[in-house]
Design a protein around this ligand. Structure first.
Ligand code: SF4
Length: 376
């Protein structure tokens, strides 16, 4: 059972071929952390992100050689590329000329309005999506003077001003907005408030969220809170970690809200005095085997055969063991007893058999072959 979510209606915008807002699913995006000018490394990371399910990738464009590299990166990337810009309009123009499908700007950082105007004109001409990225740490002076502190009200006013500026002056509507703070609650309030006044699609995220564990928690709190209210059209879980982890966390959030499923749901028990196997080790192995499996299947990894299958009877397939033997169970019933050393091999065979019987649950047939590779 999942929460009933009524998504807030937003206009549809396009980042290249990817629709955001409207009736599109919540899109998953991430950002590379390689030097953009290093084309091979950046493309390698983009492909890893796409393999994990990332639909749009953002890259930083801090200098001329990075802008130059975009020509090749855009051409070879399997998904649309967004250029992340700060201050330098000339780099933005180069990124657009290189074929980037979107740019992310913080208009408050443009000291010269003429430079911003030129960039917006070019985006309009090429159909490039503009993300107005409002950040609590870099609001424009007028807004800060009015509110004294960079709180959610200041962020919302800044965002609304820039949306209105681009829509009114340029009649350009292919825009989306983010309102990020490193405080998750301030972030939630900013998005809630903004969505009362505008139908512009929203890119959700918490900035400077931290490493894998604290960052996942902060992001999950803010993003889930908003998505449950129907707010949010695309998400980026920002983490001080391998960006591929951001994509896995994003899908974990979406899956648990019943919004999108790409990967198996793995459930496991916390273990107790009845456990007779090294469950943590078994869990790690199962997780690594199914990590890239793109299928809707619930897998249980449990600590004992006495209670495990019953406790996890909602799982499609489960695995447990004890005293040198292993068991595979389905929907709470033990279906195989094998030697402990054959347990994982048997689990993979049974999982493949289950998915063969439920082809509608498999999103990517190629990912099935990865199951055997992980066993070797
Ligand atoms: S499945 Fe077994 S080991 Fe795990 S918590 Fe339940 S009783 Fe304990």
């Amino acid at each position: 059972m999942y929460p009933e979510i009524l998504r807030r209606p937003t206009r549809e915008v396009k980042v290249g071929s990817i629709g955001i807002g409207g009736s599109n699913p919540v899109r998953v995006q991430s950002m590379t952390n390689t030097p953009t000018w290093d084309i091979d490394k950046t493309l390698f990371q983009i492909r890893a992100l796409v393999d994990a399910g990332c639909e749009i990738v953002r890259v930083a464009v801090p200098d001329e050689k990075s802008a130059e590299a975009l020509k090749t990166i855009v051409k070879e990337s399997p998904v649309p590329i967004i250029a992340d810009l700060h201050f330098a309009t000339s780099l933005g123009k180069k990124a657009i000329e290189a074929g980037c499908a979107g740019i992310r700007i913080n208009p408050g950082t443009f000291k010269n309005r003429k430079n911003l105007d030129e960039l917006v004109e070019l985006c309009k001409e090429k159909g490039v999506c503009i993300r107005i990225g409002i950040n609590a740490g870099s609001l424009e002076t007028e807004v800060l003077e009015k509110y004294k502190v960079p709180d959610y009200r200041a962020m919302v006013e800044s965002a609304l001003r820039w949306v209105s500026y681009i829509e009114t002056k340029f009649k350009y509507y292919n825009i989306k907005v983010s309102l990020k703070s490193s405080n998750w609650w301030e972030t939630v309030r900013a998005y809630e408030e903004f969505s009362r006044y505008s139908d512009v699609p929203l890119h959700l995220g918490v900035t400077e969220a931290g490493g894998l564990i604290p960052g996942t928690i902060k992001n999950t709190m803010a993003i889930s809170c908003l998505l449950m209210e129907g707010i949010g059209d695309t998400i980026r879980v920002s983490l001080t970690a391998d960006p591929v982890e951001e994509v896995y966390v994003a899908y974990e959030i979406l899956k648990n809200l019943g919004l999108r499923t790409l990967y198996p749901d793995i459930v496991s028990c916390p273990t107790c005095g009845r456990c007779e196997i090294d469950l943590m080790e078994l869990y790690k192995k199962v997780e690594s085997i199914v990590r890239n499996l793109k299928a809707d299947v619930k897998i249980a990894v449990m600590g004992c055969v006495v209670n495990g299958p019953g406790e996890a009877k909602h799982a499609d397939i489960g695995i447990t063991g004890g005293k040198g033997v292993g068991f595979i169970f389905k929907k709470g019933k033990v279906v195989k007893k094998v030697k402990e050393e054959d347990l994982l091999k048997c689990f993979v065979e049974e999982l493949k058999e289950f998915l063969k019987q439920h082809p509608e649950r498999v999103f990517d047939q190629r990912s099935l072959s990865l199951l055997d590779e992980k066993l070797v």
